[in-house]
Ligand binder design. Structure first.
Ligand code: SF4
Length: 157
């Protein structure tokens, strides 16, 4: 049975759900993680895939139809494609997207697309490798560009 719809303070339906999969990141952008080390959440406190799916199903039964996966850097979460397949199978979910810094995309883009991810948002602050290094303090610009190229040839909608 469909439950009561979620609405905001003005009575508008809440249809989008953002799920953060990790607080970790493989970059250290000056404007986001200015320190080198942080007190990270213990991994055992992360929602596991069963728990994420249960929550997503509850939200979907209340009118949510779009899910976006984020972090930190969500591609650091092992087996993320398995989660994507499970979220795509939820009745009512018509959009499934992921926000990434792109560093691990070259290895993962095809699996993500096959698993049913529909859309990707890749953040690219600069086309200049030295500027990228200044901003993110990691030498991963080439990986990011390779990731975008792979994603372009994968079958995202
Ligand atoms: S890639 Fe995103 S999450 Fe990672 S440090 Fe930069 S802004 Fe923050």
């Amino acid at each position: 049975m469909k439950g009561m719809s979620l609405v905001d303070a003005l009575g508008r339906p809440l249809q989008s759900l953002r799920i953060s999969l990790t607080d970790r990141c493989n970059l250290r952008c000056q404007y986001c993680m200015p320190e080198e080390e942080y007190t990270w959440l213990p991994r055992k406190s992360f929602l596991n895939f069963d728990e994420i799916e249960i929550l997503a199903r509850i939200f979907a039964s209340r009118g949510v139809n779009k899910i976006r996966l984020t972090g930190g850097e969500p591609l650091l979460r092992p087996d993320i494609s398995r989660l994507i397949t499970r979220l795509r199978a939820i009745p009512g979910i018509v959009d499934l997207a992921l926000t990434t810094n792109g560093v691990l995309l070259a290895e993962q883009a095809n699996d993500l697309a096959k698993a049913g991810l529909l859309r990707l948002t890749v953040s690219l602050d600069t086309l200049k490798p030295e500027r990228f290094f200044q901003l993110t303090r990691r030498d991963r610009h080439a990986d990011l560009l390779r990731g975008i190229e792979t994603a372009e040839s994968a079958s995202f909608s």
